[in-house]
Write a protein that binds this ligand. Sequence first.
Ligand code: C2E
Ligand code: MG
Ligand code: MG
Length: 647
Amino acid sequence: MTALARLPLPSRFARVRFGLLTVTALLAAGVLIASVLAAGYLNRIDEASRYNRTFDAGQTLAELLRLQIAFATANEATGIDGLRLRADIFKNRVSLLGSGTFPHPEMKGELYPRLVEAERQITTLLGEMPSDAAAAKAVAVLEPLVQPLARMTSRSHAMAGDNVAQTQTRLRNIFGALTGVTLILLLFGAALIAFVLRQNNRLDRTLRTDSLTGLANRLAFGTYLERQRIDRSRSMILVDVANFKALNDLHGHDFGDKVLRGIADCLSAAAPDASLIARIGGDEFAVLFEGVYARQRSLAACARIEEDMSRPVMADCGHIHVSVTIGFRALKASDAAHTAEMFLKEADLALHEGKSAGRGGVTEFRPAMMQAFLDRRRLQSELRGSAERGETYLEFQPVVDLRTHRTLGFEALLRWEHPELGLISPATFIPLAEESGLIQDMGRWVLSRAIEEAASWNADIFVAVNVSARQLADRGLVAFIAQALAAHRLPSERLEIEITETALVDNDGVAIETLQGLRALGCRIALDDFGTGYASLSYLQRFPFDKLKIDRSFVEGCRIDKNSSAIIAAVCDLASRLRLGIVAEGIETAEHRDFVAQAGCGLGQGYLFDRPLPVARVLERLAREASQPAGLSPTIANEAFRAECVA
Ligand code: C2E
Ligand code: MG
Ligand code: MG
């Protein structure tokens, strides 16, 4: 039994249920009693019709008269045998009358003993027959009984009739009561049907309504879309709240609910002419327009939504700006071939495009988005088995000490050489692998290859491996890494795990558990692309990282953009206070290098030092460094090495 099933019913439902049960039980008891009574009365009538004691009294009278006549007409010639037979019959009738209940109660007290006495005297007189005197005496014995027996017979006859009439009246009453109960049952059934239909309607409304916002929910939206008229213009707006999970995590679920309700109000105000407004996901809303100017109307609504959403929402800690991304798809009446599914998919692709570009705002569907989606789907299916087909391999990019310019470690970067499309960027295929869950196997392959490779480097340098959100949700990851480290005899301190902030946003509970397991193993944990996420600082507070990697977008703009340089300086300061290692990514020029070094950055990574290298080049680089005299500037050496590579 689920916990939900054990919850008590709301009191209103409990009362209705109790009432229904009581009325049903009372009606059932009433029907049962009426049926038993009716059966009893029917029995009585049946008995009355089959066998009647009044008939016994009548027969006794008849036999008495016959016996009297027999005595009156008895003589020498008729003999005594006929008389004896009549007397026996009379005797039998009297004893039958005496057995069981009397046909009339008064018969028992006086008449019956007189009949018995007459019968006794007749028996005696029979012994004296044939004798005229005995015959006359017998007639005289019987004569006084004729009148009372006739009276009693007619009275008992009347009494039996009364009995039957009374039973019939009772039976009629019972049938009346049964008809009443049946009518009540019918009324009750009708009320029950009305009640059930009402509850059904309510349930249906509840099933189709989003309880938080009062808008239609995904089910209602899907049904509406399926039944929508396709022979006229239609437009669909999809609205998604940016970083909703982080908003919930940082400001609490009450605030998240407030934001969702606020958006529902905003949509209702911005699209009063919409056919349907629905909440179709946790933080996703849909607005449908139909009929003339559907596209123009939806565009106007988008503008109003954007304007409304530019106003901040009040939270405990002050005003928060909530931004939304909007995707929309407008169809003309001539696009009738579009199914509901295609319509929604295209609006969703527009939304997806807006979200992945990270620009927010309003994005309208373009056919190129569908092509890109189909390409992504093709890549996703071909990604499966790419490692087995030998299409994937690792490259390693050095991470150097900015003071001594020596290689301290390498970041392992996955490569996919597609047989037709050539080299595909991990920025393209990693998200596909994450979406399909393939990242679990792929990530394990990268980890064991990187560990194996690092174990072959004849130097005490680390290997950094990127691990994505879905991998951190894998509870077997820590054991797998421990096994791989042991198998290749690589000390755990030489393995660094790089995670991005989204890994923590998406599944922080299990992710932090996995990271703690890895730390307990002795591995180091770096926070990659620091500063690009939504809540970088709050994650630093929640998990003790070993290293921060400043995203290359800040390094890129450090010389021209004052903000970027201020951010780099502040992050370096923060890292030194928190005693964290800090790596600047994307160092492409000597200017970048000098700037980040001056800001206090200890480590660097970028094309200035080396691009990601194939395995053979890694060994060459390590061998070259090992053979270099300690005084030689490794930067010059690297530059010389790069020139050599280019040549
Ligand atoms: P990332 O972890 O931030 O890796 C650094 C990226 O910056 C690499 O791109 C690298 O080639 C590039 N890069 C390095 N130095 C420079 C530079 O000076 N200038 C410029 N413009 N770029 C530079 P890549 O190899 O294309 O990887 C992109 C992202 O894909 C990585 O970003 C990482 O998030 C992800 N990735 C790569 N391999 C794996 C993997 O095995 N597992 C997972 N989960 N993600 C991976
Ligand atoms: Mg990385
Ligand atoms: Mg990075």
